[in-house]
Ligand binder design. Structure first.
Ligand code: HEM
Length: 504
């Protein structure tokens, strides 16, 4: 082809050039939002945005770098998807609490499978309100108390598993044993299934449960959506694989059948949700509409199954990793470990730990909060607005992902002097009063805060009491100090947490 009579270019080369220029302009257009709104942020790389930064440093440390450089409101692009990183505590209060009716929903950048949209973590608007209000009572202190015997049994297995390893002179990877413990707790408290997953790793529940947790890892469809957001509704993305979903469905179905026939009294979430279900006519079920209409129905089968699975997916890995980091912090801060033990001994006098003891362990609470500050499992949590709004002078367009960079907020020296130092005394009443309330948000904020927070604290503190009554932790030559974390959305120790166990 002859261009203006000067050069001759083959037609296919010209087509490639035009396509590349169009793609470049398309990318520039998508990545112009924050510049137009005057919000600071890194210069995006066409098509990739900040993905190379996250690929190099991981999400948590990438966020930390961005917040250090650009401040507490940063506009970024994951591919072409705009994300506003907000870590200003006052703005968080406005968005997550005062304007909750606008910011009710989580930002989910893909079309979810129908069953996934029935989980309380993913549901929208009135469907979420209905699910949350129906399911929340299952996490009340009274209901959790009924689950304590199950948790105590799992704690006994945890201590035995660790003792067995250490008696054979082995180092114990706390990431692995804490994973087995929280798997046992969630299997028994959510599904009514008693397993010892450390001793019985081939158990069908344990195998499928591990696959479900892995299913949350990055999906290739997401990369395509990040590049071309308009294809968002073309694919249906499942949180866990189809086979895993079907396995859990069959587990819940048969558990419900057994409960219908048997005389036994079950004290688990499944039973509490079954009790919350008022009618079984599936034709009457809907997921949108007026809240008053929802009040006339109970949970349907799909909601029941999906929420049992949600408890598992949201509760297993998060608690396991936080607990394993707690052991790491004890091992690497012997003075703190001594204080925790002294307090446990003074309160428990060698008796079996009970739920009532937890409120008396004030130092253990400070210690665990400091673990959650540095190693709380969630790197981010999100909302998206239904309307454009201006919050503290920042214009936030509707439908944009507002993400809280928890790891960065918990290390902001404005609120946490010498942020990498492990110091439980940051959580004395006096020190807490010196910083804004929403500078510490390991379980999220507002009406959509983690529904399992009380269970997580109960199971983690119970495990710490049981373990510290029996042994102490110290670092070994394989313990990584400082511990390296994985690059994904959950804070996990990349190379495990091998520790030396010393019998008390
Ligand atoms: C140390 C352990 C845990 C941590 C750090 C954690 C953290 C979080 C965070 C940050 C959120 C987002 C909250 C927000 O958007 O404001 C969340 C939501 C949620 N968590 Fe947890 N979580 C933990 C354990 C658990 C457990 C044990 C369960 C259940 C058994 C659970 C179930 C959920 C559910 C269902 C949601 C969604 C709630 C909703 O959308 O209404 N989590 N969690």
């Amino acid at each position: 082809m002859d261009i203006l009579g000067f050069i001759t270019v083959p037609g296919w080369v010209l087509t490639v050039i035009i396509v590349l220029i169009t793609l470049y302009l398309y990318s520039l257009w998508y990545q112009s939002l924050w510049r137009r709104l005057g919000i600071p942020g890194p210069k995006p790389i066409p098509f990739l945005g900040v993905l190379p930064l996250y690929m190099k440093h991981g999400i948590a440390k990438g966020d930390l770098q961005l917040v250090k450089t650009y401040g507490s409101v940063v506009g970024i692009y994951q591919g072409h998807l705009p994300i506003l990183l907000v870590s200003d505590p006052e703005m968080l209060k406005e968005i997550f609490i005062k304007d909750f009716s606008n910011f009710t929903n989580r930002s989910i950048p893909f079309k979810m499978a129908k069953e996934n949209a029935c989980g309380v973590g993913a549901a929208y608007d009135n469907h979420w309100k209905f699910l949350r209000s129906t399911i929340s009572p299952t996490f009340s202190s009274g209901k959790l108390k009924l689950m304590v015997p199950k948790i105590q049994r799992c704690c006994t297995d945890l201590v035995e598993n660790i003792e067995q390893h250490s008696e054979q002179g082995e180092l114990v990877d706390m990431k692995e044993v804490c994973g087995a413990y929280t798997m046992d707790v969630i299997a028994s408290t959510a599904f009514g299934i008693d397993v010892n997953s450390k001793k019985d790793p081939n158990n069908a529940f344990v195998k499928h449960a591990k696959q479900a947790a892995l299913g949350l890892i990055f999906k290739p469809q997401l990369l395509i959506i990040m590049m071309f957001p308009f294809v968002k509704n073309w694919f249906t993305v499942r949180f866990a694989g189809k086979e895993v979903g079907e396995f859990f469905k069959s587990v819940v179905d048969s558990a419900i059948e057994i409960r219908k026939k048997g005389q036994e009294v079950y004290n688990d979430f499944l039973q509490l949700m079954v009790t919350a279900r008022r009618d079984e006519n599936p034709s009457a079920y809907f997921t949108t509409g007026d809240l008053k209409e929802f009040k006339n129905r109970g949970l349907n089968n799909m909601e029941l199954i999906e929420n049992a699975v949600t408890f598992f997916i949201a509760g297993y890995d998060t608690t396991a990793n936080t607990l394993s980091f707690a052991c790491y912090c004890l091992a690497t801060n012997q003075d703190v470990q001594d204080k925790c033990i002294e307090e446990i001994d003074n309160v428990l006098h060698g008796e079996k730990p009970q739920m009532e003891d937890i409120s008396k362990l004030e130092y253990l609470d400070r210690f665990f909060n400091e673990v959650l500050r540095l190693y709380g499992a969630a790197t981010r949590f999100q909302r998206e607005g239904k309307q454009d709004v201006t919050v503290k002078g920042v214009y936030i367009p509707k439908d944009v992902d507002i993400s809280v960079p928890v790891y960065a907020l918990h290390r902001n020296p404005l609120y946490w002097p010498d942020p990498e130092k492990f110091d439980p005394d940051r959580f004395t009443a006096e020190n807490k009063a010196k910083r804004p309330e929403y500078a510490f948000v390991p379980f999220g904020i507002g009406p959509r805060i983690c529904i399992g927070m009380r269970l997580a604290l109960l199971e983690a503190k119970m495990a710490l009491m049981f373990m510290l009554q029996t042994f102490t932790f110290s670092p070994c030559n394989k313990t990584e100090i400082p511990v390296e974390i994985e690059s994904g959305g959950i804070i996990r120790a990349k190379n495990g947490i091998p520790l030396k166990i010393n019998k008390r």
